[in-house]
Write a protein that binds this ligand. Sequence first.
Ligand SMILES: Nc1ncnc2c1ncn2[C@@H]1O[C@H](COP(=O)(O)OP(=O)(O)O)[C@@H](O)[C@H]1O
Ligand SMILES: [Mg+2]
Length: 235
Amino acid sequence: MSSILSIRNLRGGYSEVDILNGLDLDLAPAEILVVAGTNGAGKSTLAKAVLGLLPRLSGTVSLAGDDITRLPVEARARAGIGYVPQVSNVFPSLSITENLAVVEGVTGQKARIEEMFVLFPALAARRRSRAGSLSGGERQQLAFARALMTRPRVVVLDEPTAALSPALVEESFARIASLAATGAAVLLIEQRARQALAIAHRGAILDGGRVAMSGSAETLLADDRAAALYLGQQH
Ligand SMILES: Nc1ncnc2c1ncn2[C@@H]1O[C@H](COP(=O)(O)OP(=O)(O)O)[C@@H](O)[C@H]1O
Ligand SMILES: [Mg+2]
């Protein structure tokens, strides 16, 4: 597999205590990898390590073969690491177009904004509306569009469905699938592991800051031990 994101022997944490304990992961272009695991397993800490927000880190994070482990957060964003936050950080008093226009460092911004409107027709229809007037689902679309403005090669999502009503969860997973279809690799951290694996190619289950189990989405969904320990009740 030719990886776009490659993580090797990742260790680190917030103080002298290691939260990540030798973690390895690979992600191919256009691939969706679900990262599951119980509360406190280190999922959000992994996201921070990839984004460049973890205070102490050893091992390597490589993007398309380049070692980015020591790059600060802005440089990683420029290199192609995108992030969709759980609570959509849109600017409520700005219009949809303005929310897209304030994304920094995008060349050919006007054209790029129009591309986002093709991807998200619901946003195009309301382009002059204030972001504060959008529904939860529309706000999440705007957060996705903001993340995609910079053409990220890897998109990290940390529990994107956590704050959504059940009706919006399926819609959100469909949007994540279409995100990968644009060629971006998706690192999807999810509590709703079964639902997430249904749209994913592979899954990794974290326990104690390392990968306890990994495999294709089908394999994990069919695995009794994964089901019993990590995936929760089947609905
Ligand atoms: N900002 C922080 N400072 C210190 N410890 C933290 C911080 N964030 C998380 N932790 C600790 O790191 C461990 C893993 O947390 P986290 O990565 O948030 O787990 P998950 O996202 O899988 O629920 C937990 O023991 C948690 O208490
Ligand atoms: Mg978390």
